[in-house]
Write a protein that binds this ligand. Sequence first.
Ligand code: GDG
Length: 727
Amino acid sequence: MSKTIIISNRLPVRIEKDENDELSYKTSEGGLATGLGSIFKTGDNIWIGWPGMAFSSEESKANVKENLLERNMAPVFLTEDEVNNYYLGFSNQTLWPAYHYFVQNIIFNEKQWQSYVDANKKFAAVVAEYIEPGDTIWVHDYQLLLLPQMLRDINPDLTIGFFQHIPFPSYEVFRMIPWRQELLKGMLGADYIAFHTYDDMRHFLSSVHRVVGLAYDRNEILLDDRIVVVDSVPMGIDYDKYAKSAESSDAIAREARYRRDLRGRLVLSMDRLDYSKGISTRLKAFERFLIENPNYKGEFSLLLIVVPSRDKVPSYQSLKEEIDELVGRINGEFGRMNWTPIHYFYRSFPLPALSAFYRMCEIAMITPLRDGMNLVCKEFIASKRDQKGVLILSEMAGSSKELSDAILVNPNDQKQLVESLKKALEMPQEEQVAHMELMQSSLQKYNIFKWVDLFLGNLEEVKTMQAEMATHNLDKKSHSQIINDFSKAQKRLILLDYDGTLVPFHDDPESCAPSDELMETLKQLKSNPNNEVVIISGRKADHLEKWMGSLHSHLVAEHGAWIKEPYSKWTRNPELNSDDWKEEVKEIINFYVDRTPGSFLEEKANALVWHYRKVEKGLGALRSSELYSHLKYMRRRGVDVMEGNHIVEVKPTAINKGKIALEYKKRFNPDFSMAIGDDRTDEYMFEMLPESSYTIKVGPGNSFARFSIKDDVAVRVILKELAEADS
Ligand code: GDG
């Protein structure tokens, strides 16, 4: 039986030592642990990670390992040096600040990088002990970016998913990291890579393209050996757990107890100690609010919870000092005998205490400068059982994409923060309830369990797609079967791409005329009224007319924009949109033509193509990646950007070879159909034709086609055999 292996830096357990050195194990209540609980505790499934403590003797390690195994966990023991360099070092002083756009806090340190590589290897070695064929692996977060490829190297057939909990930065920031290639290649070992938001996913794809030089189509990256799918799957919370906890007698009793000392209205600020959470900016906005709104003095207080975190890292230590100072200054300046503006706690609390805070505070001010998702704001909403309360949320938090009913703010805009606080304090209750209701129903639906199901379900789908794309070389048996089925069939449909399929590529696109022999074969095929031969190409109509016109067969030019039926005129595909996309694209392409000697723009009636076959090797590929990325955003405007053989082609989405192929299939209803093509645009045909069709890809690489053959020579051979089978 195959199993699921979950891997994260930290195991979902807290190990504590009592005064007699006896160890106790407490399973963590964190969101991830709850969501994955039903999975890792089942059968042989296992969660692998660092137990959070150093153990010196082999005996104690063996003991911990045994105890953890009973709880379906396995430890990766890290030395103090590894904790300092891999975890506190590279993970939290290079990746964390870079990924949260705190470039001033980034440290580039070769030794820490090496430790990161070694620690990832250590994780891989432990995972290797448990891997069996058919297992599904789910790797979590930025501490383990190299692990997916390390595991793929151990077993190429593994199913590997990767989820990143923190943002993925824009290429401009990511490119600063000296080990950017290694990091991306490590991640690409996974089959399915997901982030919290679409923006993270977009940034990742753009970096893959620019740093590793791999093209992507929508959210798919085609590697030599498989396709990798990139996605955004926003993480939810265990909604019912927070809702129930807010109504528990423990939470209610705590609220009553805290309320004895804390009077007045309350605003909640709760985060881990981290510069990305925007705590000092929030405090400064609070101070400004009091200056600008003196009538609110004594009316409400800020409940400031800061949970200790990474306090060995210097930037966290200085942040702590800054917060201490700000709180001191504000309380000192504005406080009265009977009123404290900020109630400040630097420690963690058990869940019932958090629930009491969520109940007591009518406003939560969650204004990180950058946050992958942010779960605290979701927990606050789930805890508001009477639906009264207001959330002020930073638009820089991943959660803002889902919680558009919060008061969304730019956390760097002090004026806006002050105004939002006033708005929240003055919001009528009916309005609060209306917003709360909408946010609650969305969070209830997209909860943590749904997130787990979605991620694992999508990962499985990627594997199915990979299996479908693993084309088989057209062996002798299948070859004979094609000839046989063709001979037996009453009605046959043959769809053929032109360049790279019927004729080889040529430096000059004008010099690709078909040989007499090929024309003879096609004419022979066409002469049987039971055969419908369709030449379906990206070429312009006049090229096809010049070379294939004498065939009097079905001709399709520009991927379906122009169609010519035997003995009739070329007609424009009526499905086409207007040309208003063209000017903008032309301007962009011309910008690249100007910068790239040897390249040129080809204007077709319904497409624009940038050619770079004659451009200096390397430069052409580089410029094409840039142009491709540049044009990507045009997708939303209804155009497709495709990379072909030394070309980048832009055309309206409404047409593609797949749609046209299907139309011919419907029209002729053949009992034998075959499609042959060599590049990405032919994939539309392979993907859309029914499984019974013989779809053949020319050349190497993954494809949706059932079979692959070596080159255009092999295509001409098989066509000749078909023609002869008929005679
Ligand atoms: C990373 C990403 C992303 C807080 N104080 C206490 C306590 N907590 C719990 C909260 C919440 C969790 O910790 C914090 O989660 P966040 O999402 O807010 O932030 P990060 O720790 O930075 O998490 C983040 C997340 O991963 C998930 O993908 O959302 O963007 O940075 O659940 O309730 N829990 C207890 N006592 C406390 O004092 N028990």
